[in-house]
Design a protein around this ligand. Structure first.
Ligand SMILES: Nc1ncnc2c1ncn2[C@@H]1O[C@H](COP(=O)(O)OP(=O)(O)OP(=O)(O)O)[C@@H](O)[C@H]1O
Ligand SMILES: O=P(O)(O)OC[C@H]1O[C@](O)(CO)[C@@H](O)[C@@H]1O
Ligand SMILES: [Mg+2]
Length: 341
């Protein structure tokens, strides 16, 4: 078969491992031919394609980013499904593996289920907010980078008796904040799912300070304190109307300093969390998802994606996976009670 692969949405450590896993399995076990589709749906709409051989994917599983490029191009823009159908026909493409987050997979589900296009999916996102899969690759790497960064901030904070506010990614959910905050022993962890007042944050900060600790506050970019305008956390609105986060850390730091008198500094980790080499866990998960995606294509399981269930790789309908975001559950928040402050 001739198989196209694209990566769409924000990049994510592990994307190259998916591509390598799929190409190696397809070529070696099935004699497939692969085509790289440049920059997500844009490449499929415009026919921006290139051959993808086992030579092209040699040694890439440890490399961050995506060798195919990515974009947030909407699949229904610029000719939409009809243009894609024509490009696939002209190039003899029998099926497409779309690797992306909830937006990309919602598009892929529509293309497969409503338009009859031969598309399967592989879930990715550092935010870990996709349903129907236990974890997404990229999350472990992002949480590890955030943890190391908090560890580093702690030593300088302790030396200067300062409070440090660390803003991590997570526009809708707080998985990175939860895991990095817990791993690094933060005294306050602020998640979009469980808003608290600034007074509560100050209680945690002061209790840590009173024990002689340099308080560490980890805040997910999408967190909004109770009673505060939601716009405070948004740095800008992008041309496509998508809010650019990156600002709530500065707000929280200024408020903590004002309310406690403790010198407080903010660090926004931003895209550092999405760059660099994937962890071993993410490489293995991404590789396994890529291997399994080739089976979806050969089984003509259009509209399905590969997914992690426990330690097994299974297949699930993409439409189910994107129905609702996977938020941090209440039990995980309750569990934190003994650790905060
Ligand atoms: N319901 C939808 N139907 C079709 N296309 C969609 C839909 N939702 C989003 N898209 C398109 O998919 C693109 C990618 O989605 P998005 O920007 O949310 O990235 P993603 O794949 O979710 O990855 P991430 O959010 O983790 O960076 C969007 O920019 C948009 O063009
Ligand atoms: O790089 P961009 O397009 O600004 O996207 C940033 C967003 O992408 C993510 O990394 C993944 O969805 C979010 O955590 C973050 O808000
Ligand atoms: Mg998204």
């Amino acid at each position: 078969m001739k198989i196209g692969i694209l990566t769409s949405g924000g990049d994510c450590p592990g994307l190259n491992a998916v591509i390598r896993g799929a190409v190696r399995k397809g070529v070696r076990l099935f004699g497939d031919e692969f085509v790289g589709i440049r920059d997500g749906w844009r490449g499929l709409l415009e026919g921006d394609l290139h051959p993808l051989t086992t030579h092209d994917v040699r040694g890439i599983s440890g490399r961050g980013g995506t060798i195919l490029g990515t974009s947030r191009t909407h699949p229904y823009s610029g000719g939409g499904p009809d243009a894609m159908r024509q490009v696939m026909k002209d190039n003899g493409i029998d099926g497409v593996i779309a690797i992306g987050g909830e937006g990309t997979l919602a598009g892929a589900a529509r293309l497969a289920d409503d338009e009859g296009l031969p598309v399967v999916g592989v879930p990715k996102t550092i935010d870990n907010d996709l349903g129907s899969t236990d974890y997404t690759f990229g999350f472990d790497t992002a949480a590890a980078i955030a943890t190391r960064s908090i560890d580093a901030l702690r030593t300088t904070a302790e030396s200067h008796h300062r409070c440090m506010v660390v803003e991590v990614m997570g526009r809708h959910v707080g998985w990175i904040a939860l895991h990095a905050g817990m791993a690094a022993g933060a005294q306050a962890i602020l998640l979009p799912e469980f808003p608290v007042t600034m007074e509560r944050v100050v209680e945690w900060v002061e209790s840590a300070r009173d024990r002689g600790r340099a308080p560490i506050v980890v805040v997910a970019e999408g967190f909004v304190p109770v009673g505060v305008d939601a716009e405070e956390g948004v740095a800008a609105i992008a041309a496509d109307g998508r809010p650019r986060f990156g600002g709530i850390g500065d707000y929280v730091a200024a408020e903590v300093e004002r309310m406690t008198g403790i010198e407080t500094r903010a660090t926004i980790l931003g895209h550092l969390q999405r760059g660099g080499v994937p962890t071993a866990y993410d490489r293995v998960l991404a590789t396994r998802l890529g291997l399994a995606a080739v089976d979806l294509i050969h089984d003509a399981s259009w509209g399905y994606m590969t997914s992690l269930s426990g330690t097994d790789i299974i297949r699930v309908p993409m439409a189910d996976a994107v129905e609702s975001l996977k938020a941090v559950p209440k039990e995980r928040w309750d569990e934190l009670e003994a650790l905060l402050g």
